[in-house]
Design a protein around this ligand. Structure first.
Ligand code: HSE
Length: 426
Protein backbone atom coordinates (compact mmCIF):
# COMPACT_ATOMS: atom_id res chain seq x y z
CA UNK A 1 0.00 0.00 0.00
CA UNK A 2 1.33 3.41 -0.97
CA UNK A 3 2.28 5.63 1.95
CA UNK A 4 0.21 8.75 2.50
CA UNK A 5 2.17 11.86 3.29
CA UNK A 6 0.90 14.77 5.32
CA UNK A 7 3.07 17.87 5.08
CA UNK A 8 2.51 19.76 8.28
CA UNK A 9 2.84 23.39 9.33
CA UNK A 10 2.84 23.75 13.12
CA UNK A 11 1.83 27.13 14.48
CA UNK A 12 3.07 27.67 18.00
CA UNK A 13 5.88 26.10 19.99
CA UNK A 14 4.74 26.46 23.60
CA UNK A 15 4.26 23.44 25.84
CA UNK A 16 1.78 21.72 23.50
CA UNK A 17 3.56 22.69 20.27
CA UNK A 18 6.79 21.32 21.63
CA UNK A 19 5.04 18.05 22.54
CA UNK A 20 3.61 17.74 19.02
CA UNK A 21 6.98 18.48 17.40
CA UNK A 22 8.70 15.98 19.65
CA UNK A 23 6.19 13.20 18.91
CA UNK A 24 6.27 13.91 15.18
CA UNK A 25 10.04 13.99 14.97
CA UNK A 26 10.41 10.86 17.09
CA UNK A 27 7.63 8.78 15.60
CA UNK A 28 7.21 9.88 12.03
CA UNK A 29 8.22 6.50 10.59
CA UNK A 30 6.54 4.36 13.17
CA UNK A 31 2.96 4.89 12.06
CA UNK A 32 2.18 2.26 9.46
CA UNK A 33 1.24 3.49 5.98
CA UNK A 34 1.33 7.16 6.92
CA UNK A 35 4.13 9.60 6.92
CA UNK A 36 3.83 12.83 8.80
CA UNK A 37 6.39 15.37 7.67
CA UNK A 38 6.82 18.39 9.89
CA UNK A 39 7.77 20.97 7.31
CA UNK A 40 7.56 24.31 9.12
CA UNK A 41 7.12 25.58 12.64
CA UNK A 42 5.91 29.13 13.18
CA UNK A 43 7.29 30.76 16.33
CA UNK A 44 7.21 34.24 17.78
CA UNK A 45 10.89 34.34 18.78
CA UNK A 46 13.25 32.61 16.38
CA UNK A 47 16.24 32.61 18.69
CA UNK A 48 14.60 31.59 21.94
CA UNK A 49 16.33 28.76 23.82
CA UNK A 50 14.23 25.59 23.51
CA UNK A 51 14.11 22.16 25.10
CA UNK A 52 14.56 20.36 21.77
CA UNK A 53 16.79 21.41 18.92
CA UNK A 54 15.36 21.72 15.43
CA UNK A 55 17.04 22.04 12.05
CA UNK A 56 17.21 25.83 11.58
CA UNK A 57 15.28 25.75 8.28
CA UNK A 58 12.23 24.36 10.13
CA UNK A 59 11.55 27.51 12.14
CA UNK A 60 10.00 30.68 10.80
CA UNK A 61 8.38 33.68 12.38
CA UNK A 62 6.14 34.27 9.36
CA UNK A 63 2.85 32.40 9.37
CA UNK A 64 2.13 33.61 5.81
CA UNK A 65 4.99 31.42 4.62
CA UNK A 66 3.16 28.36 5.90
CA UNK A 67 -0.20 29.46 4.48
CA UNK A 68 1.35 30.08 1.05
CA UNK A 69 3.33 26.84 0.97
CA UNK A 70 1.31 24.66 -1.39
CA UNK A 71 2.97 21.46 -0.30
CA UNK A 72 1.72 21.95 3.28
CA UNK A 73 -1.68 20.30 3.37
CA UNK A 74 -2.29 20.34 7.12
CA UNK A 75 -1.83 23.01 9.73
CA UNK A 76 -1.81 22.52 13.48
CA UNK A 77 -2.77 25.64 15.42
CA UNK A 78 -1.59 25.74 19.01
CA UNK A 79 -1.02 29.46 19.46
CA UNK A 80 -4.36 30.00 21.22
CA UNK A 81 -6.42 33.19 21.48
CA UNK A 82 -8.68 34.71 18.87
CA UNK A 83 -6.27 36.85 16.83
CA UNK A 84 -4.48 35.96 14.64
CA UNK A 85 -5.57 32.32 15.11
CA UNK A 86 -9.00 32.89 13.57
CA UNK A 87 -7.69 34.56 10.40
CA UNK A 88 -5.02 31.89 9.99
CA UNK A 89 -7.51 29.05 10.32
CA UNK A 90 -10.04 30.61 7.95
CA UNK A 91 -7.36 31.32 5.34
CA UNK A 92 -5.87 27.85 5.69
CA UNK A 93 -9.29 26.29 5.08
CA UNK A 94 -9.89 28.58 2.10
CA UNK A 95 -6.56 27.37 0.74
CA UNK A 96 -7.89 23.79 1.16
CA UNK A 97 -5.57 22.84 4.00
CA UNK A 98 -6.79 20.56 6.78
CA UNK A 99 -6.76 22.22 10.18
CA UNK A 100 -6.18 20.81 13.64
CA UNK A 101 -6.71 23.17 16.52
CA UNK A 102 -6.54 23.07 20.31
CA UNK A 103 -8.21 26.47 20.50
CA UNK A 104 -11.34 26.08 22.63
CA UNK A 105 -11.64 29.85 23.10
CA UNK A 106 -11.92 30.32 19.34
CA UNK A 107 -14.21 27.33 18.84
CA UNK A 108 -16.52 28.55 21.61
CA UNK A 109 -16.72 31.93 19.88
CA UNK A 110 -16.80 30.94 16.22
CA UNK A 111 -17.22 27.15 16.10
CA UNK A 112 -20.21 27.17 13.73
CA UNK A 113 -18.48 29.52 11.29
CA UNK A 114 -15.24 27.52 11.27
CA UNK A 115 -16.97 24.16 10.82
CA UNK A 116 -19.00 25.63 7.96
CA UNK A 117 -15.84 26.90 6.30
CA UNK A 118 -14.20 23.48 6.66
CA UNK A 119 -17.22 21.79 5.12
CA UNK A 120 -17.45 24.24 2.21
CA UNK A 121 -13.81 23.61 1.38
CA UNK A 122 -14.01 19.87 1.92
CA UNK A 123 -11.29 19.97 4.57
CA UNK A 124 -10.88 18.12 7.82
CA UNK A 125 -11.20 20.14 11.02
CA UNK A 126 -9.70 18.33 14.00
CA UNK A 127 -10.76 19.66 17.39
CA UNK A 128 -9.91 16.78 19.72
CA UNK A 129 -7.18 18.78 21.48
CA UNK A 130 -9.67 21.49 22.44
CA UNK A 131 -11.37 19.09 24.84
CA UNK A 132 -8.81 16.41 25.54
CA UNK A 133 -10.64 14.88 28.46
CA UNK A 134 -14.01 14.39 26.80
CA UNK A 135 -13.61 14.24 23.03
CA UNK A 136 -14.14 10.47 22.95
CA UNK A 137 -17.44 10.95 24.72
CA UNK A 138 -18.34 13.88 22.46
CA UNK A 139 -17.85 11.62 19.46
CA UNK A 140 -20.30 9.06 20.80
CA UNK A 141 -22.79 11.68 22.06
CA UNK A 142 -22.90 13.28 18.63
CA UNK A 143 -24.34 10.08 17.22
CA UNK A 144 -26.63 9.32 20.18
CA UNK A 145 -30.39 9.39 19.52
CA UNK A 146 -31.02 10.83 23.00
CA UNK A 147 -30.49 14.37 24.21
CA UNK A 148 -28.43 15.18 27.28
CA UNK A 149 -30.65 15.64 30.33
CA UNK A 150 -27.86 16.50 32.75
CA UNK A 151 -24.11 16.92 32.50
CA UNK A 152 -21.60 17.53 35.26
CA UNK A 153 -17.94 17.89 34.38
CA UNK A 154 -14.51 18.88 35.56
CA UNK A 155 -12.94 20.40 32.48
CA UNK A 156 -9.95 22.32 33.75
CA UNK A 157 -6.80 20.51 34.81
CA UNK A 158 -5.21 23.57 36.39
CA UNK A 159 -8.12 24.23 38.75
CA UNK A 160 -8.47 20.60 39.70
CA UNK A 161 -4.73 20.43 40.35
CA UNK A 162 -4.87 23.57 42.50
CA UNK A 163 -7.85 22.40 44.55
CA UNK A 164 -6.37 18.92 45.04
CA UNK A 165 -2.95 20.19 46.06
CA UNK A 166 -4.39 22.84 48.41
CA UNK A 167 -6.05 20.02 50.33
CA UNK A 168 -3.15 17.57 50.11
CA UNK A 169 -0.37 19.98 51.05
CA UNK A 170 -2.36 22.39 53.23
CA UNK A 171 -1.30 25.34 51.08
CA UNK A 172 -3.02 28.44 49.83
CA UNK A 173 -4.25 29.10 46.31
CA UNK A 174 -1.45 31.36 45.00
CA UNK A 175 1.38 29.01 46.04
CA UNK A 176 -0.10 26.07 44.09
CA UNK A 177 -1.04 28.25 41.09
CA UNK A 178 2.65 29.10 40.58
CA UNK A 179 3.44 25.40 40.54
CA UNK A 180 0.69 24.68 37.97
CA UNK A 181 2.22 27.38 35.76
CA UNK A 182 5.68 25.85 36.11
CA UNK A 183 4.26 22.47 35.07
CA UNK A 184 2.77 23.96 31.89
CA UNK A 185 -0.88 23.22 32.76
CA UNK A 186 -2.15 26.79 32.53
CA UNK A 187 -3.24 28.81 29.54
CA UNK A 188 -1.06 31.67 28.33
CA UNK A 189 -3.14 33.88 30.57
CA UNK A 190 -3.84 31.73 33.66
CA UNK A 191 -6.86 33.85 34.56
CA UNK A 192 -8.61 31.91 31.78
CA UNK A 193 -8.19 28.80 33.91
CA UNK A 194 -8.77 30.12 37.40
CA UNK A 195 -11.66 32.46 36.55
CA UNK A 196 -13.59 29.63 34.90
CA UNK A 197 -13.37 30.77 31.26
CA UNK A 198 -11.43 27.76 30.01
CA UNK A 199 -14.07 25.48 31.56
CA UNK A 200 -16.81 27.61 29.99
CA UNK A 201 -15.13 27.42 26.56
CA UNK A 202 -14.94 23.63 26.79
CA UNK A 203 -18.56 23.38 27.93
CA UNK A 204 -19.66 25.62 25.06
CA UNK A 205 -17.67 23.53 22.57
CA UNK A 206 -19.08 20.28 23.97
CA UNK A 207 -22.65 21.56 23.74
CA UNK A 208 -21.97 23.02 20.31
CA UNK A 209 -20.51 19.80 18.92
CA UNK A 210 -23.23 17.59 20.37
CA UNK A 211 -26.29 19.79 19.86
CA UNK A 212 -25.34 22.46 17.32
CA UNK A 213 -25.93 25.22 19.88
CA UNK A 214 -22.73 27.02 20.97
CA UNK A 215 -23.97 29.07 23.95
CA UNK A 216 -22.41 32.56 24.00
CA UNK A 217 -20.28 33.05 27.10
CA UNK A 218 -22.21 36.10 28.25
CA UNK A 219 -25.41 34.05 28.42
CA UNK A 220 -24.49 31.92 31.44
CA UNK A 221 -22.87 32.16 34.87
CA UNK A 222 -19.06 31.77 34.97
CA UNK A 223 -17.24 31.94 38.29
CA UNK A 224 -13.72 30.80 39.15
CA UNK A 225 -11.78 29.58 42.16
CA UNK A 226 -9.70 32.64 43.14
CA UNK A 227 -11.57 33.28 46.38
CA UNK A 228 -11.35 29.75 47.73
CA UNK A 229 -9.05 29.59 50.72
CA UNK A 230 -7.41 26.68 52.45
CA UNK A 231 -9.89 27.27 55.29
CA UNK A 232 -12.80 26.64 52.87
CA UNK A 233 -11.21 23.33 51.91
CA UNK A 234 -11.01 22.38 55.60
CA UNK A 235 -14.58 23.44 56.43
CA UNK A 236 -16.08 21.67 53.45
CA UNK A 237 -14.10 18.54 54.35
CA UNK A 238 -15.62 18.63 57.81
CA UNK A 239 -19.07 18.88 56.25
CA UNK A 240 -18.36 15.83 54.03
CA UNK A 241 -17.66 17.63 50.73
CA UNK A 242 -14.89 18.57 48.32
CA UNK A 243 -14.75 21.76 46.28
CA UNK A 244 -14.45 21.27 42.52
CA UNK A 245 -14.75 23.70 39.62
CA UNK A 246 -17.73 22.26 37.74
CA UNK A 247 -19.35 22.71 34.38
CA UNK A 248 -23.06 21.99 34.72
CA UNK A 249 -25.76 21.73 32.07
CA UNK A 250 -29.27 20.57 32.85
CA UNK A 251 -32.41 20.41 30.77
CA UNK A 252 -35.50 21.55 32.65
CA UNK A 253 -38.47 20.84 30.35
CA UNK A 254 -37.92 23.24 27.44
CA UNK A 255 -35.23 25.26 29.22
CA UNK A 256 -31.49 24.72 29.43
CA UNK A 257 -29.58 25.63 32.57
CA UNK A 258 -25.85 26.18 32.01
CA UNK A 259 -23.34 27.29 34.61
CA UNK A 260 -19.67 27.11 35.53
CA UNK A 261 -18.64 27.68 39.13
CA UNK A 262 -16.89 26.07 42.07
CA UNK A 263 -19.23 23.67 43.85
CA UNK A 264 -19.34 21.53 46.94
CA UNK A 265 -19.78 17.93 45.98
CA UNK A 266 -20.15 15.03 48.39
CA UNK A 267 -16.93 13.10 49.00
CA UNK A 268 -18.89 9.92 48.14
CA UNK A 269 -19.45 11.01 44.53
CA UNK A 270 -17.06 9.74 41.85
CA UNK A 271 -16.36 13.19 40.43
CA UNK A 272 -15.24 14.50 43.83
CA UNK A 273 -12.47 11.91 43.83
CA UNK A 274 -10.79 13.11 40.63
CA UNK A 275 -7.37 14.39 41.56
CA UNK A 276 -4.71 16.62 40.04
CA UNK A 277 -5.07 17.43 36.34
CA UNK A 278 -7.52 14.57 35.92
CA UNK A 279 -10.79 15.72 34.31
CA UNK A 280 -14.08 13.89 34.25
CA UNK A 281 -17.55 14.08 32.84
CA UNK A 282 -20.82 12.44 33.86
CA UNK A 283 -23.88 12.49 31.68
CA UNK A 284 -27.46 11.38 32.11
CA UNK A 285 -29.55 11.33 28.98
CA UNK A 286 -33.26 11.94 28.62
CA UNK A 287 -34.09 8.23 28.96
CA UNK A 288 -31.98 7.91 32.12
CA UNK A 289 -28.88 6.25 30.67
CA UNK A 290 -25.81 7.38 32.61
CA UNK A 291 -22.30 7.41 31.20
CA UNK A 292 -19.04 8.98 32.22
CA UNK A 293 -15.34 9.04 31.67
CA UNK A 294 -12.19 10.42 33.16
CA UNK A 295 -8.93 11.42 31.50
CA UNK A 296 -6.10 13.88 31.98
CA UNK A 297 -7.26 17.39 31.17
CA UNK A 298 -3.98 19.21 30.70
CA UNK A 299 -0.36 18.60 29.91
CA UNK A 300 2.03 18.35 27.02
CA UNK A 301 1.66 14.71 25.98
CA UNK A 302 -2.10 14.19 26.54
CA UNK A 303 -2.77 17.23 24.32
CA UNK A 304 -0.13 16.33 21.73
CA UNK A 305 -1.57 12.80 21.55
CA UNK A 306 -5.06 14.17 20.81
CA UNK A 307 -3.51 16.15 17.94
CA UNK A 308 -1.79 13.05 16.59
CA UNK A 309 -5.13 11.23 16.65
CA UNK A 310 -6.54 13.95 14.40
CA UNK A 311 -3.56 13.56 12.06
CA UNK A 312 -4.31 9.85 11.83
CA UNK A 313 -7.97 10.62 11.07
CA UNK A 314 -6.84 12.87 8.21
CA UNK A 315 -4.48 10.23 6.90
CA UNK A 316 -7.29 7.67 7.02
CA UNK A 317 -9.44 10.02 4.95
CA UNK A 318 -12.05 10.60 7.66
CA UNK A 319 -14.53 13.38 6.94
CA UNK A 320 -15.73 15.83 9.56
CA UNK A 321 -19.30 15.77 10.73
CA UNK A 322 -20.22 19.40 11.30
CA UNK A 323 -22.52 20.06 14.24
CA UNK A 324 -26.19 19.91 13.37
CA UNK A 325 -28.06 23.14 12.67
CA UNK A 326 -28.58 25.43 15.61
CA UNK A 327 -31.88 24.85 17.41
CA UNK A 328 -33.79 27.47 19.33
CA UNK A 329 -32.60 27.31 22.93
CA UNK A 330 -34.35 28.83 25.89
CA UNK A 331 -31.78 29.43 28.64
CA UNK A 332 -32.81 29.37 32.29
CA UNK A 333 -31.70 32.47 34.18
CA UNK A 334 -29.32 31.95 37.10
CA UNK A 335 -31.73 33.78 39.45
CA UNK A 336 -34.18 30.93 38.97
CA UNK A 337 -31.76 28.16 39.91
CA UNK A 338 -32.62 26.28 43.10
CA UNK A 339 -29.80 24.63 45.00
CA UNK A 340 -28.12 24.42 48.41
CA UNK A 341 -25.43 26.90 49.36
CA UNK A 342 -22.24 27.04 51.42
CA UNK A 343 -21.78 30.55 52.82
CA UNK A 344 -18.69 31.91 54.56
CA UNK A 345 -18.91 35.16 56.47
CA UNK A 346 -15.96 36.93 58.06
CA UNK A 347 -17.74 38.23 61.16
CA UNK A 348 -16.94 39.80 64.50
CA UNK A 349 -16.94 37.22 67.30
CA UNK A 350 -19.54 38.72 69.61
CA UNK A 351 -23.05 37.96 70.89
CA UNK A 352 -25.92 38.32 68.47
CA UNK A 353 -23.93 37.98 65.22
CA UNK A 354 -25.36 34.59 64.27
CA UNK A 355 -28.90 35.73 64.92
CA UNK A 356 -28.39 38.87 62.80
CA UNK A 357 -27.23 36.75 59.86
CA UNK A 358 -29.82 34.00 60.28
CA UNK A 359 -32.57 36.60 60.73
CA UNK A 360 -31.88 37.98 57.25
CA UNK A 361 -31.68 34.48 55.76
CA UNK A 362 -35.01 33.63 57.42
CA UNK A 363 -36.60 36.76 55.99
CA UNK A 364 -35.87 35.41 52.51
CA UNK A 365 -37.14 31.95 53.38
CA UNK A 366 -33.67 30.41 53.48
CA UNK A 367 -33.34 27.62 55.99
CA UNK A 368 -29.98 26.70 57.55
CA UNK A 369 -28.88 23.07 57.61
CA UNK A 370 -25.52 23.39 59.42
CA UNK A 371 -23.40 26.10 61.07
CA UNK A 372 -19.68 26.06 61.86
CA UNK A 373 -17.65 28.70 63.59
CA UNK A 374 -13.93 28.12 63.74
CA UNK A 375 -10.72 29.67 64.98
CA UNK A 376 -9.79 32.50 67.24
CA UNK A 377 -9.31 35.99 65.86
CA UNK A 378 -5.91 36.25 67.62
CA UNK A 379 -4.43 33.17 65.96
CA UNK A 380 -5.67 34.38 62.56
CA UNK A 381 -4.26 37.89 63.03
CA UNK A 382 -7.66 39.32 62.00
CA UNK A 383 -10.45 41.04 63.88
CA UNK A 384 -12.96 38.54 62.49
CA UNK A 385 -13.61 34.79 62.52
CA UNK A 386 -15.15 32.66 59.77
CA UNK A 387 -18.77 31.67 60.21
CA UNK A 388 -19.87 28.91 57.84
CA UNK A 389 -23.46 28.11 56.98
CA UNK A 390 -24.80 25.34 54.82
CA UNK A 391 -28.34 26.05 53.67
CA UNK A 392 -31.20 23.84 52.58
CA UNK A 393 -32.42 24.34 49.02
CA UNK A 394 -33.04 27.98 48.21
CA UNK A 395 -33.58 30.15 45.16
CA UNK A 396 -30.53 32.00 43.84
CA UNK A 397 -32.57 35.18 43.63
CA UNK A 398 -33.38 34.97 47.37
CA UNK A 399 -29.87 34.12 48.43
CA UNK A 400 -28.47 37.07 46.47
CA UNK A 401 -30.98 39.44 48.09
CA UNK A 402 -30.10 38.10 51.54
CA UNK A 403 -26.35 38.45 50.86
CA UNK A 404 -26.98 42.00 49.69
CA UNK A 405 -28.32 42.82 53.18
CA UNK A 406 -25.84 40.72 55.14
CA UNK A 407 -22.79 42.34 53.51
CA UNK A 408 -24.02 45.73 54.82
CA UNK A 409 -24.05 44.58 58.48
CA UNK A 410 -21.37 46.32 60.57
CA UNK A 411 -20.32 42.94 62.04
CA UNK A 412 -19.38 41.58 58.59
CA UNK A 413 -15.77 42.41 57.71
CA UNK A 414 -15.25 40.96 54.21
CA UNK A 415 -17.28 40.18 51.12
CA UNK A 416 -19.22 36.97 51.96
CA UNK A 417 -18.27 33.88 49.96
CA UNK A 418 -20.98 31.76 48.34
CA UNK A 419 -20.34 28.31 46.88
CA UNK A 420 -23.21 26.31 45.40
CA UNK A 421 -23.72 22.66 46.30
CA UNK A 422 -24.04 20.13 43.47
CA UNK A 423 -25.63 16.70 43.87
CA UNK A 424 -23.76 15.20 40.90
CA UNK A 425 -24.83 12.09 38.98
CA UNK A 426 -22.89 8.95 40.06
N1 HSE B 1 -5.22 25.06 30.76
C1 HSE B 1 -5.99 23.91 30.43
C2 HSE B 1 -6.32 23.19 31.72
C3 HSE B 1 -5.20 23.02 29.50
O1 HSE B 1 -5.74 23.49 32.77
O2 HSE B 1 -7.18 22.32 31.70
C4 HSE B 1 -6.02 22.14 28.61
O3 HSE B 1 -7.07 22.73 27.96
Amino acid sequence: MKKKILYIGLLGLGTVGEGVAELLLKRKNKIKNYEFVLKSIVVKHLHKKRNISFPSNLLTSDFRKVLKDEEINTIIEVIGGIRPAKEIIIEALERKKNVITANKMLLAEAGSQIFKKAQENNCYLGVRASNIASYRLIESLSSSPSEIKKLVGIFNGTCNYILTEMERRKKDFSFILKEAQRRGYTEKDPSNDIDGYDTAHKLAVLLGLTSGYFPPLHSFLIEGIRRISYEDILFTKELGYRIKLLAIARRDNDRLEIRVHPALISRNKAISRLEGVENGIEIQDEVGVEIGMQAPGAGKYPTATAILEDLISIAKGRKITPPSDKKEVNLKKIEEVVTRYYLRFEALDKPGVLSEISGILGKYNISIQAVLQKGEKKERGKESVPVIMLTHKAREKDIQKALGEIRELSVIKEEPLLIRVEEGIF
